[in-house]
Design a protein around this ligand. Structure first.
Ligand code: SAH
Ligand code: SF4
Ligand code: F3S
Length: 466
Protein backbone atom coordinates (compact mmCIF):
# COMPACT_ATOMS: atom_id res chain seq x y z
CA UNK A 1 0.00 0.00 0.00
CA UNK A 2 1.22 3.44 -0.91
CA UNK A 3 1.29 5.88 1.98
CA UNK A 4 0.90 9.46 0.81
CA UNK A 5 -0.56 11.18 -2.23
CA UNK A 6 1.46 13.52 -4.43
CA UNK A 7 0.07 16.06 -6.90
CA UNK A 8 2.44 17.79 -9.35
CA UNK A 9 1.50 20.81 -11.45
CA UNK A 10 4.13 21.36 -14.14
CA UNK A 11 4.23 24.74 -15.86
CA UNK A 12 6.84 25.60 -18.51
CA UNK A 13 9.14 23.72 -20.85
CA UNK A 14 10.29 20.12 -21.24
CA UNK A 15 13.11 20.73 -18.75
CA UNK A 16 10.44 21.13 -16.09
CA UNK A 17 8.58 18.06 -17.36
CA UNK A 18 11.81 16.09 -16.99
CA UNK A 19 12.51 17.46 -13.50
CA UNK A 20 8.91 16.74 -12.42
CA UNK A 21 9.38 13.13 -13.59
CA UNK A 22 12.54 12.89 -11.49
CA UNK A 23 10.76 14.29 -8.42
CA UNK A 24 7.89 11.82 -8.88
CA UNK A 25 10.37 8.95 -9.19
CA UNK A 26 12.31 9.96 -6.07
CA UNK A 27 9.15 10.42 -4.03
CA UNK A 28 7.71 7.12 -5.30
CA UNK A 29 10.64 5.48 -3.57
CA UNK A 30 9.75 7.48 -0.45
CA UNK A 31 6.25 5.91 -0.54
CA UNK A 32 4.31 8.64 -2.39
CA UNK A 33 1.75 7.82 -5.08
CA UNK A 34 0.80 10.29 -7.81
CA UNK A 35 -2.77 11.54 -7.87
CA UNK A 36 -4.68 13.57 -10.50
CA UNK A 37 -6.86 15.24 -7.86
CA UNK A 38 -5.23 18.10 -6.03
CA UNK A 39 -7.89 17.90 -3.29
CA UNK A 40 -6.70 14.35 -2.39
CA UNK A 41 -3.04 15.30 -2.08
CA UNK A 42 -0.82 15.26 1.02
CA UNK A 43 1.99 16.93 -0.90
CA UNK A 44 1.63 19.43 -3.76
CA UNK A 45 4.53 20.46 -5.99
CA UNK A 46 4.22 23.32 -8.45
CA UNK A 47 7.10 23.29 -10.90
CA UNK A 48 7.23 26.85 -12.17
CA UNK A 49 8.26 28.84 -15.25
CA UNK A 50 9.51 32.45 -15.38
CA UNK A 51 9.88 32.86 -19.14
CA UNK A 52 7.02 35.38 -19.50
CA UNK A 53 4.96 37.39 -17.03
CA UNK A 54 1.87 35.28 -17.84
CA UNK A 55 3.62 32.09 -16.69
CA UNK A 56 4.51 33.74 -13.37
CA UNK A 57 0.89 34.90 -12.90
CA UNK A 58 -0.23 31.30 -13.40
CA UNK A 59 1.99 30.29 -10.47
CA UNK A 60 0.55 32.96 -8.18
CA UNK A 61 -3.03 31.95 -8.92
CA UNK A 62 -2.21 28.27 -8.27
CA UNK A 63 -0.61 29.22 -4.93
CA UNK A 64 -3.87 30.99 -4.04
CA UNK A 65 -5.81 27.80 -4.73
CA UNK A 66 -3.53 25.78 -2.48
CA UNK A 67 -3.88 28.35 0.32
CA UNK A 68 -7.62 27.58 0.43
CA UNK A 69 -6.99 23.82 0.40
CA UNK A 70 -4.51 24.20 3.25
CA UNK A 71 -7.13 25.97 5.35
CA UNK A 72 -9.25 22.80 5.10
CA UNK A 73 -6.31 20.41 5.40
CA UNK A 74 -3.51 21.89 7.53
CA UNK A 75 -1.37 18.75 7.03
CA UNK A 76 -1.00 19.53 3.33
CA UNK A 77 2.58 20.42 2.30
CA UNK A 78 3.45 22.74 -0.60
CA UNK A 79 6.69 22.82 -2.61
CA UNK A 80 7.42 25.58 -5.13
CA UNK A 81 10.06 24.26 -7.53
CA UNK A 82 11.58 25.41 -10.82
CA UNK A 83 12.43 28.77 -12.35
CA UNK A 84 10.20 31.12 -10.31
CA UNK A 85 11.47 29.40 -7.13
CA UNK A 86 15.03 30.06 -8.26
CA UNK A 87 14.24 33.61 -9.39
CA UNK A 88 12.46 34.72 -6.23
CA UNK A 89 13.84 32.47 -3.49
CA UNK A 90 12.95 33.68 -0.02
CA UNK A 91 10.71 36.44 -1.43
CA UNK A 92 8.12 33.95 -2.68
CA UNK A 93 8.06 32.22 0.73
CA UNK A 94 7.54 35.57 2.49
CA UNK A 95 4.80 36.65 0.13
CA UNK A 96 3.00 33.27 0.27
CA UNK A 97 3.15 31.84 3.81
CA UNK A 98 1.40 28.68 2.56
CA UNK A 99 4.70 27.66 0.87
CA UNK A 100 6.70 25.05 2.84
CA UNK A 101 9.70 24.47 0.56
CA UNK A 102 11.23 26.69 -2.15
CA UNK A 103 13.21 24.29 -4.33
CA UNK A 104 15.61 25.99 -6.77
CA UNK A 105 16.52 24.57 -10.18
CA UNK A 106 19.77 23.05 -8.87
CA UNK A 107 18.19 21.46 -5.80
CA UNK A 108 15.83 18.89 -7.36
CA UNK A 109 17.79 15.92 -5.95
CA UNK A 110 17.55 17.27 -2.40
CA UNK A 111 13.75 17.09 -2.33
CA UNK A 112 13.25 13.79 -0.40
CA UNK A 113 15.73 14.94 2.29
CA UNK A 114 14.12 18.36 2.57
CA UNK A 115 10.67 16.81 3.01
CA UNK A 116 12.02 14.68 5.86
CA UNK A 117 13.58 17.75 7.42
CA UNK A 118 10.27 19.58 7.12
CA UNK A 119 8.41 16.76 8.86
CA UNK A 120 10.90 16.91 11.75
CA UNK A 121 10.93 20.71 12.14
CA UNK A 122 8.04 22.41 10.33
CA UNK A 123 9.22 25.77 8.95
CA UNK A 124 9.76 27.40 5.55
CA UNK A 125 12.81 25.84 3.86
CA UNK A 126 14.63 27.72 1.08
CA UNK A 127 16.97 25.67 -1.16
CA UNK A 128 18.10 27.91 -4.00
CA UNK A 129 21.87 27.59 -3.95
CA UNK A 130 23.36 27.09 -7.42
CA UNK A 131 26.01 24.43 -7.98
CA UNK A 132 28.64 24.18 -10.69
CA UNK A 133 28.29 20.41 -11.03
CA UNK A 134 25.45 18.50 -12.59
CA UNK A 135 23.90 15.68 -10.60
CA UNK A 136 24.53 12.33 -12.12
CA UNK A 137 21.85 9.84 -11.26
CA UNK A 138 23.19 6.34 -12.00
CA UNK A 139 21.13 3.75 -13.87
CA UNK A 140 19.98 2.29 -10.54
CA UNK A 141 17.96 5.45 -10.01
CA UNK A 142 15.91 4.66 -13.08
CA UNK A 143 14.52 1.33 -12.02
CA UNK A 144 11.18 0.33 -13.51
CA UNK A 145 9.64 0.89 -10.09
CA UNK A 146 10.55 4.55 -10.31
CA UNK A 147 9.44 4.85 -13.87
CA UNK A 148 6.03 3.43 -13.13
CA UNK A 149 5.47 6.25 -10.65
CA UNK A 150 5.03 8.95 -13.21
CA UNK A 151 5.30 7.57 -16.70
CA UNK A 152 3.38 4.34 -16.78
CA UNK A 153 2.32 3.32 -20.27
CA UNK A 154 4.09 6.05 -22.21
CA UNK A 155 6.39 5.30 -25.12
CA UNK A 156 8.20 8.63 -25.44
CA UNK A 157 10.28 10.37 -22.79
CA UNK A 158 12.79 13.18 -22.22
CA UNK A 159 16.43 12.96 -21.17
CA UNK A 160 18.30 16.08 -20.12
CA UNK A 161 21.80 16.13 -21.59
CA UNK A 162 22.81 19.58 -20.34
CA UNK A 163 21.62 22.24 -17.97
CA UNK A 164 21.69 26.05 -18.01
CA UNK A 165 22.55 28.51 -20.75
CA UNK A 166 25.49 30.79 -21.58
CA UNK A 167 23.91 32.67 -24.47
CA UNK A 168 22.29 35.61 -22.71
CA UNK A 169 19.76 36.56 -25.37
CA UNK A 170 18.77 40.02 -24.16
CA UNK A 171 15.08 39.14 -23.57
CA UNK A 172 15.60 35.87 -21.74
CA UNK A 173 15.51 34.92 -18.05
CA UNK A 174 16.83 31.35 -18.47
CA UNK A 175 20.56 32.03 -17.87
CA UNK A 176 19.63 33.72 -14.58
CA UNK A 177 17.32 31.00 -13.29
CA UNK A 178 19.02 27.88 -14.66
CA UNK A 179 22.62 29.02 -14.27
CA UNK A 180 25.66 28.39 -16.47
CA UNK A 181 25.67 25.76 -19.16
CA UNK A 182 26.96 22.36 -18.07
CA UNK A 183 26.85 19.01 -19.87
CA UNK A 184 26.31 15.52 -18.47
CA UNK A 185 28.74 12.70 -19.16
CA UNK A 186 27.81 10.73 -22.33
CA UNK A 187 28.01 7.42 -20.41
CA UNK A 188 25.41 8.64 -17.89
CA UNK A 189 23.10 9.76 -20.70
CA UNK A 190 23.39 6.44 -22.53
CA UNK A 191 22.83 4.47 -19.31
CA UNK A 192 19.69 6.47 -18.60
CA UNK A 193 18.39 5.92 -22.14
CA UNK A 194 19.11 2.18 -21.96
CA UNK A 195 17.11 1.80 -18.78
CA UNK A 196 14.23 3.82 -20.23
CA UNK A 197 14.24 1.58 -23.33
CA UNK A 198 14.17 -1.48 -21.07
CA UNK A 199 11.10 -0.03 -19.38
CA UNK A 200 9.32 0.25 -22.76
CA UNK A 201 10.28 3.72 -24.01
CA UNK A 202 10.67 3.80 -27.83
CA UNK A 203 11.35 7.49 -28.45
CA UNK A 204 13.76 9.80 -26.62
CA UNK A 205 13.92 13.59 -26.81
CA UNK A 206 17.31 14.92 -25.74
CA UNK A 207 16.98 18.19 -23.86
CA UNK A 208 19.16 21.26 -23.54
CA UNK A 209 18.75 25.01 -24.09
CA UNK A 210 21.33 24.75 -26.84
CA UNK A 211 22.16 21.11 -27.55
CA UNK A 212 24.61 22.11 -30.25
CA UNK A 213 27.14 23.29 -27.71
CA UNK A 214 26.84 19.99 -25.81
CA UNK A 215 30.16 18.89 -24.34
CA UNK A 216 32.23 21.74 -25.78
CA UNK A 217 33.11 23.40 -22.46
CA UNK A 218 33.86 20.09 -20.75
CA UNK A 219 35.70 18.68 -23.77
CA UNK A 220 33.33 15.71 -23.99
CA UNK A 221 31.91 14.06 -27.11
CA UNK A 222 30.42 16.50 -29.66
CA UNK A 223 26.63 16.59 -30.01
CA UNK A 224 26.60 14.78 -33.41
CA UNK A 225 28.84 12.06 -31.88
CA UNK A 226 26.50 11.79 -28.89
CA UNK A 227 23.61 11.36 -31.33
CA UNK A 228 25.51 8.53 -33.04
CA UNK A 229 25.96 6.84 -29.63
CA UNK A 230 22.25 7.18 -28.88
CA UNK A 231 21.45 5.88 -32.37
CA UNK A 232 23.30 2.66 -31.46
CA UNK A 233 21.05 1.89 -28.43
CA UNK A 234 19.27 -1.37 -29.25
CA UNK A 235 15.49 -1.22 -28.97
CA UNK A 236 15.30 2.56 -29.32
CA UNK A 237 13.26 3.57 -32.38
CA UNK A 238 13.40 7.33 -32.56
CA UNK A 239 15.55 10.25 -31.41
CA UNK A 240 14.53 13.89 -31.21
CA UNK A 241 16.22 16.89 -29.63
CA UNK A 242 15.41 20.43 -28.48
CA UNK A 243 16.67 23.08 -28.74
CA UNK A 244 19.25 23.80 -31.36
CA UNK A 245 20.43 27.43 -31.51
CA UNK A 246 20.73 28.53 -35.16
CA UNK A 247 24.12 30.18 -34.55
CA UNK A 248 25.60 26.79 -33.58
CA UNK A 249 23.84 24.51 -36.04
CA UNK A 250 26.91 22.80 -37.47
CA UNK A 251 27.36 21.04 -40.80
CA UNK A 252 28.08 17.84 -38.84
CA UNK A 253 24.65 18.03 -37.18
CA UNK A 254 22.96 18.77 -40.50
CA UNK A 255 24.71 15.70 -41.95
CA UNK A 256 23.36 13.57 -39.10
CA UNK A 257 19.86 13.96 -40.55
CA UNK A 258 21.10 12.07 -43.62
CA UNK A 259 23.08 9.36 -41.80
CA UNK A 260 21.39 8.40 -38.51
CA UNK A 261 18.41 6.14 -39.17
CA UNK A 262 16.74 6.81 -35.79
CA UNK A 263 17.05 10.60 -35.89
CA UNK A 264 13.60 12.00 -36.65
CA UNK A 265 12.99 14.08 -39.74
CA UNK A 266 12.19 17.24 -37.78
CA UNK A 267 14.12 20.15 -36.36
CA UNK A 268 12.93 22.89 -34.02
CA UNK A 269 15.07 25.89 -34.92
CA UNK A 270 13.86 29.02 -33.09
CA UNK A 271 14.52 32.10 -35.19
CA UNK A 272 12.72 34.71 -32.98
CA UNK A 273 12.71 37.42 -35.69
CA UNK A 274 13.19 37.79 -39.44
CA UNK A 275 14.97 41.13 -39.06
CA UNK A 276 18.78 41.10 -38.73
CA UNK A 277 18.59 44.44 -36.93
CA UNK A 278 16.32 42.99 -34.22
CA UNK A 279 18.33 39.76 -34.06
CA UNK A 280 21.38 41.88 -33.24
CA UNK A 281 19.52 43.66 -30.45
CA UNK A 282 18.41 40.26 -29.17
CA UNK A 283 22.07 39.11 -29.10
CA UNK A 284 21.19 36.05 -31.17
CA UNK A 285 24.52 36.12 -33.09
CA UNK A 286 23.11 35.12 -36.50
CA UNK A 287 21.43 37.05 -39.29
CA UNK A 288 18.31 36.50 -41.35
CA UNK A 289 20.56 35.48 -44.26
CA UNK A 290 22.64 32.96 -42.30
CA UNK A 291 19.43 31.43 -40.88
CA UNK A 292 17.99 31.01 -44.38
CA UNK A 293 21.27 29.45 -45.55
CA UNK A 294 21.04 26.84 -42.78
CA UNK A 295 17.49 26.00 -43.80
CA UNK A 296 18.71 25.45 -47.35
CA UNK A 297 21.48 23.14 -46.16
CA UNK A 298 19.04 21.13 -44.03
CA UNK A 299 16.74 20.70 -47.03
CA UNK A 300 19.64 19.67 -49.24
CA UNK A 301 20.31 16.78 -46.83
CA UNK A 302 16.65 15.95 -46.13
CA UNK A 303 14.21 17.57 -48.58
CA UNK A 304 11.12 16.62 -46.57
CA UNK A 305 12.41 17.67 -43.15
CA UNK A 306 9.76 19.35 -40.98
CA UNK A 307 10.98 22.66 -39.59
CA UNK A 308 9.32 24.40 -36.64
CA UNK A 309 10.30 27.60 -34.87
CA UNK A 310 9.73 30.16 -32.11
CA UNK A 311 9.03 33.87 -32.62
CA UNK A 312 8.88 36.90 -30.37
CA UNK A 313 6.81 39.81 -31.68
CA UNK A 314 7.05 43.34 -30.36
CA UNK A 315 10.63 43.21 -29.12
CA UNK A 316 11.65 46.76 -28.01
CA UNK A 317 12.25 48.92 -31.08
CA UNK A 318 10.59 46.49 -33.55
CA UNK A 319 9.27 48.62 -36.43
CA UNK A 320 6.59 47.71 -38.97
CA UNK A 321 9.42 47.10 -41.42
CA UNK A 322 11.13 44.67 -39.00
CA UNK A 323 7.86 42.84 -38.50
CA UNK A 324 7.31 42.61 -42.27
CA UNK A 325 10.72 40.95 -42.51
CA UNK A 326 9.52 38.38 -39.98
CA UNK A 327 6.37 37.76 -42.06
CA UNK A 328 8.50 37.46 -45.20
CA UNK A 329 10.80 34.93 -43.54
CA UNK A 330 7.74 32.88 -42.53
CA UNK A 331 6.63 32.83 -46.19
CA UNK A 332 10.06 31.88 -47.42
CA UNK A 333 10.76 29.03 -45.02
CA UNK A 334 7.34 27.37 -44.92
CA UNK A 335 7.50 26.20 -41.30
CA UNK A 336 5.43 23.17 -40.37
CA UNK A 337 4.20 25.03 -37.31
CA UNK A 338 5.44 27.78 -35.01
CA UNK A 339 5.22 29.00 -31.43
CA UNK A 340 4.97 32.77 -31.19
CA UNK A 341 4.83 35.07 -28.19
CA UNK A 342 4.38 38.72 -27.40
CA UNK A 343 7.59 40.11 -25.95
CA UNK A 344 7.39 40.19 -22.13
CA UNK A 345 9.76 42.23 -19.93
CA UNK A 346 11.83 40.04 -17.57
CA UNK A 347 13.37 42.22 -14.85
CA UNK A 348 16.71 40.30 -14.90
CA UNK A 349 17.12 40.50 -18.67
CA UNK A 350 18.75 43.57 -20.29
CA UNK A 351 15.95 44.15 -22.83
CA UNK A 352 13.67 45.17 -19.93
CA UNK A 353 15.78 48.34 -19.80
CA UNK A 354 15.71 48.97 -23.59
CA UNK A 355 13.85 52.04 -24.88
CA UNK A 356 11.05 52.08 -27.49
CA UNK A 357 8.81 49.48 -25.89
CA UNK A 358 5.99 48.35 -28.18
CA UNK A 359 2.41 48.91 -27.00
CA UNK A 360 0.31 45.89 -25.96
CA UNK A 361 -2.13 46.67 -28.82
CA UNK A 362 0.55 46.51 -31.51
CA UNK A 363 2.10 43.38 -30.00
CA UNK A 364 -1.31 41.73 -30.02
CA UNK A 365 -2.02 42.81 -33.61
CA UNK A 366 1.33 41.50 -34.84
CA UNK A 367 0.89 38.18 -33.03
CA UNK A 368 -2.55 37.68 -34.59
CA UNK A 369 -1.23 38.56 -38.06
CA UNK A 370 1.62 36.09 -37.63
CA UNK A 371 -0.69 33.28 -36.50
CA UNK A 372 -3.05 33.95 -39.40
CA UNK A 373 -0.24 33.78 -41.96
CA UNK A 374 1.22 30.62 -40.43
CA UNK A 375 -2.18 28.93 -40.30
CA UNK A 376 -2.53 29.35 -44.07
CA UNK A 377 0.96 27.96 -44.63
CA UNK A 378 0.36 24.98 -42.34
CA UNK A 379 -2.93 24.25 -44.12
CA UNK A 380 -1.25 24.31 -47.52
CA UNK A 381 1.63 22.11 -46.39
CA UNK A 382 -0.71 19.67 -44.67
CA UNK A 383 -3.08 19.36 -47.64
CA UNK A 384 -0.14 18.50 -49.88
CA UNK A 385 0.52 15.44 -47.69
CA UNK A 386 -2.84 13.78 -48.44
CA UNK A 387 -2.23 10.51 -50.27
CA UNK A 388 1.29 10.02 -48.91
CA UNK A 389 2.37 7.17 -46.63
CA UNK A 390 4.25 7.68 -43.37
CA UNK A 391 5.67 5.55 -40.58
CA UNK A 392 3.59 6.20 -37.48
CA UNK A 393 4.81 5.31 -33.99
CA UNK A 394 1.62 4.34 -32.13
CA UNK A 395 1.04 6.15 -28.83
CA UNK A 396 -2.31 4.54 -27.93
CA UNK A 397 -6.04 5.04 -28.35
CA UNK A 398 -6.96 8.44 -29.76
CA UNK A 399 -8.15 10.68 -26.94
CA UNK A 400 -10.64 12.86 -28.74
CA UNK A 401 -12.24 9.84 -30.42
CA UNK A 402 -13.76 11.89 -33.25
CA UNK A 403 -15.34 9.05 -35.12
CA UNK A 404 -14.14 9.20 -38.68
CA UNK A 405 -15.77 5.92 -39.51
CA UNK A 406 -19.40 4.85 -39.57
CA UNK A 407 -18.48 1.75 -37.55
CA UNK A 408 -19.36 2.69 -33.94
CA UNK A 409 -17.17 -0.08 -32.49
CA UNK A 410 -14.07 0.92 -34.41
CA UNK A 411 -11.10 1.84 -32.22
CA UNK A 412 -9.17 4.88 -33.31
CA UNK A 413 -5.46 5.03 -32.61
CA UNK A 414 -3.10 7.96 -32.46
CA UNK A 415 0.59 8.29 -33.17
CA UNK A 416 3.21 10.52 -34.72
CA UNK A 417 5.21 10.54 -37.89
CA UNK A 418 8.95 11.08 -37.82
CA UNK A 419 8.14 14.71 -38.72
CA UNK A 420 6.23 14.95 -35.41
CA UNK A 421 2.85 15.20 -37.10
CA UNK A 422 -0.09 13.65 -35.26
CA UNK A 423 -1.91 10.96 -37.23
CA UNK A 424 -5.13 9.27 -36.11
CA UNK A 425 -6.27 6.10 -37.83
CA UNK A 426 -8.70 3.21 -37.47
CA UNK A 427 -7.32 0.02 -35.99
CA UNK A 428 -7.68 -2.87 -38.46
CA UNK A 429 -10.45 -5.26 -37.31
CA UNK A 430 -7.99 -8.13 -36.71
CA UNK A 431 -6.12 -6.09 -34.07
CA UNK A 432 -8.89 -6.83 -31.56
CA UNK A 433 -9.71 -4.52 -28.69
CA UNK A 434 -6.48 -4.91 -26.72
CA UNK A 435 -5.05 -1.76 -28.24
CA UNK A 436 -2.47 -1.29 -25.48
CA UNK A 437 -0.44 -4.08 -27.06
CA UNK A 438 0.02 -1.87 -30.13
CA UNK A 439 1.58 1.02 -28.20
CA UNK A 440 5.14 1.51 -29.31
CA UNK A 441 4.66 -0.33 -32.63
CA UNK A 442 5.46 1.46 -35.87
CA UNK A 443 2.95 1.16 -38.70
CA UNK A 444 2.69 2.51 -42.23
CA UNK A 445 -0.29 4.88 -42.54
CA UNK A 446 -1.64 6.53 -45.69
CA UNK A 447 -2.92 10.06 -45.09
CA UNK A 448 -6.55 10.56 -46.15
CA UNK A 449 -7.45 13.93 -44.59
CA UNK A 450 -5.53 16.91 -43.23
CA UNK A 451 -6.68 19.12 -40.31
CA UNK A 452 -4.92 22.08 -38.74
CA UNK A 453 -3.21 20.09 -35.97
CA UNK A 454 -3.56 16.47 -37.05
CA UNK A 455 -4.22 14.00 -39.87
CA UNK A 456 -6.53 11.11 -40.50
CA UNK A 457 -5.26 8.00 -42.25
CA UNK A 458 -5.60 4.28 -42.95
CA UNK A 459 -3.08 1.53 -42.30
CA UNK A 460 -1.03 0.92 -45.43
CA UNK A 461 2.05 -1.16 -45.96
CA UNK A 462 5.37 0.11 -47.21
CA UNK A 463 5.58 3.67 -45.94
CA UNK A 464 7.47 5.86 -48.39
CA UNK A 465 8.76 8.01 -45.51
CA UNK A 466 10.72 6.79 -42.50
N1 SAH B 1 16.69 27.87 -25.56
C1 SAH B 1 15.68 28.04 -26.48
C2 SAH B 1 14.44 28.74 -26.01
C3 SAH B 1 13.97 28.64 -24.62
S1 SAH B 1 12.66 29.70 -24.15
C4 SAH B 1 16.25 28.85 -27.64
O1 SAH B 1 17.26 29.45 -27.56
O2 SAH B 1 15.60 28.92 -28.63
C5 SAH B 1 11.37 29.32 -25.30
C6 SAH B 1 10.90 30.47 -26.12
O3 SAH B 1 10.28 31.45 -25.30
C7 SAH B 1 11.98 31.24 -26.83
O4 SAH B 1 12.39 30.60 -28.00
C8 SAH B 1 11.31 32.56 -27.10
O5 SAH B 1 10.62 32.55 -28.31
C9 SAH B 1 10.33 32.69 -25.94
N2 SAH B 1 10.74 33.73 -24.99
C10 SAH B 1 11.85 33.73 -24.21
N3 SAH B 1 11.90 34.87 -23.48
C11 SAH B 1 10.81 35.59 -23.80
C12 SAH B 1 10.31 36.87 -23.38
N4 SAH B 1 10.96 37.62 -22.50
N5 SAH B 1 9.15 37.30 -23.92
C13 SAH B 1 8.48 36.55 -24.83
N6 SAH B 1 8.91 35.36 -25.24
C14 SAH B 1 10.06 34.87 -24.75
FE1 SF4 C 1 17.21 31.95 -23.50
FE2 SF4 C 1 18.77 32.47 -25.56
FE3 SF4 C 1 19.55 30.69 -23.75
FE4 SF4 C 1 17.54 30.12 -25.40
S1 SF4 C 1 19.68 30.48 -25.99
S2 SF4 C 1 17.58 29.78 -23.19
S3 SF4 C 1 16.54 32.09 -25.66
S4 SF4 C 1 19.29 32.87 -23.42
FE1 F3S D 1 10.30 28.33 -18.25
FE2 F3S D 1 12.41 27.69 -16.88
FE3 F3S D 1 11.78 26.34 -19.04
S1 F3S D 1 11.75 29.73 -17.33
S2 F3S D 1 10.77 27.84 -20.30
S3 F3S D 1 10.59 26.42 -17.20
S4 F3S D 1 13.83 26.80 -18.33
Amino acid sequence: MRGKKLYINTIGCQMNVYDSGKMADMLYRANYQLTDAVSDADLVIVNTCAIREKAVQKVYSFLGRIKKLKQKNPGLRLVVAGCVAQQQGRAIASRFPQVDIVLGTHAVQQLPDLIQELEKHPRQIIATEMTDFIDEPGPADFSCAGLSASRDGIISDFVTIMRGCDNFCTYCVVPYVRGREISRQPQAIIAEIESLVQAGIREITLLGQNVNSYGIKENLTSFPDLLAMVNAVTGLERIRFVTSHPKDLSDALIEAFGTLDKLCNHIHLPVQSGSSRILKKMNRKYTRESYLEKIEKLRAVSPDIAITSDFIVGFPGETDQDFQETMDLIDRVGFDSVFAFEYSDRPEAPASRFKDKISPEIKHERLQALFKRQKEITRRLHEALVGRRFSVLIEGASKNQIKHTADADAVELTGRTSENRIVNFKAPADWGIDIDRRKGETKGVKIEAAYSNSFWGVVADRPEMR
